[in-house]
Design a protein. Structure first.
Length: 370
């Protein structure tokens, strides 16, 4: 992402085309999430995983081969769709055939921590490589890494038979899954969490610049948030979850921390306060992300869990796609409302509505199982 905007601009992208290049990934990622969830339930997690890895590798190669900004728009859409297939399948592979226990929780913690690690190392790698070798070198190397990941996955599963979902699945629809109260709460929490995170990623550089921070120190701010989130998620299964007892409590605590940290970031009088806000944000994100994953697993049936995971990540992507432009638009017309205030309000609103959705369950004691 740090090199995509300048790469597109170097190809002559207008502001409108640049917006399409950035936004098409999230839009088509949503479609990929839905398709991936359906495929997981029908064919097992391996086919969408391998199709997603292959498609992502080819997409990264096509970034380097693109001749103009219009090509980037098309490649970005394809990359988003393939990523939408890949991520739900990756999560399904970690939870397939595993009972909810400490090992299961460690797998989900590792999944979240790896995402956080990629968020730290990816921009750093891309920025250094682009500066020394050019934009195209970044995508050639990323395509190579993705090809190695595909080869590694194939070697790991070479001796395993293709696992097709064997559970007897009732004829449930996407709409039915989306209206399950516990899952509905997780989906609402995902919208709030990722809407806030997308806004933070979009406008933190602007806020840092107002406090006189250069690009390097802004990068450290992002790293502070990401490293904190990694630590929280690694501590989640052994230390944090046993004390919270319910995944819902993790979501509620996390969203409250997200809202608090965004307000603190908006009013911070100095860089030190902004760093403190990023520590709080990383803590809140770690709580919320692991809580949401736990709720999706607890409230879904293995026979249709793939679709539940797909809808979860679709809500995840939708939050990123909607909130940054919405909060930016409000700021444009009402300058006193910095985007962090809007995203903080949305985080707290999602906490309230998600809690309401969870409380309206047909089984009064089900929430206690989460």
């Amino acid at each position: 992402m740090p090199v995509l905007a300048p790469y597109a601009s170097a190809m002559g992208a207008t502001p409108f085309l640049l917006g399409l290049v950035i936004g098409f990934y999230s839009l088509f990622n949503i479609f990929g999430n839905f398709a991936g969830g359906i495929l997981i339930d029908k064919k097992g997690w391996q086919p969408p995983l391998f199709v997603g890895l292959t498609g992502a590798a080819l997409s990264l190669l096509l970034y380097a081969l693109a001749g103009n900004a219009y090509h980037l728009v098309i490649v970005r859409a394809g990359h988003g769709f393939m990523g939408g297939l890949l991520v739900p399948a990756a999560l399904a592979s970690l939870t397939a055939g595993t009972k909810v226990n400490s090992y299961y929780n460690r797998r989900m913690a590792l999944f979240g921590a790896i995402i956080g690690l990629a968020a730290v190392t990816g921009p750093l790698f891309a920025g250094i490589t682009a500066g020394r070798m050019g934009f195209q070198a970044v995508y050639y190397m990323l395509a190579l890494f993705m090809a190695f990941a595909l080869l590694f996955a194939l070697l790991l599963l070479k001796k395993q038979e293709l696992q097709v979902t064997s559970a007897v699945s009732p004829p449930v629809s996407m709409k039915w899954i989306m209206t399950r109260p516990g899952l509905q709460g997780a989906f609402i929490f995902a919208l709030g969490t990722m809407g806030s995170t997308g806004t933070l990623a979009s406008f933190l550089p602007e806020r840092a610049a107002l406090l006189g921070l250069d690009h390097a120190r802004t990068g450290i701010l992002f790293a502070t948030f990401a490293v904190t989130a990694i630590i929280i998620q690694l501590l989640w299964p052994a230390l944090i979850k046993p004390r919270l007892k319910k995944d819902f409590s993790g979501c509620a605590t996390g969203l409250a921390l997200l809202g608090t940290s965004l307000i603190l970031a908006a009013i911070s009088p100095s860089a030190a306060w902004l760093y403190a806000a990023m520590v709080i944000y990383g803590t809140g994100f770690g709580f919320s992300f692991q809580g949401m994953l736990g709720m999706v697993m607890a409230y879904s049936n293995p026979a249709w869990r793939g679709r539940a995971i797909g809808i979860f990540f679709a809500a995840y992507s939708l939050g990123v796609a909607i909130m940054p432009p919405l909060s930016g638009l409000i700021w444009q017309y009402i300058p006193i409302i910095f985007p962090f205030y809007t995203s903080a309000a949305v985080a707290l609103l999602s906490l309230i509505t998600g809690k309401y959705a969870c409380s309206n369950q047909p089984f009064s004691n089900q929430l206690n199982r989460v």
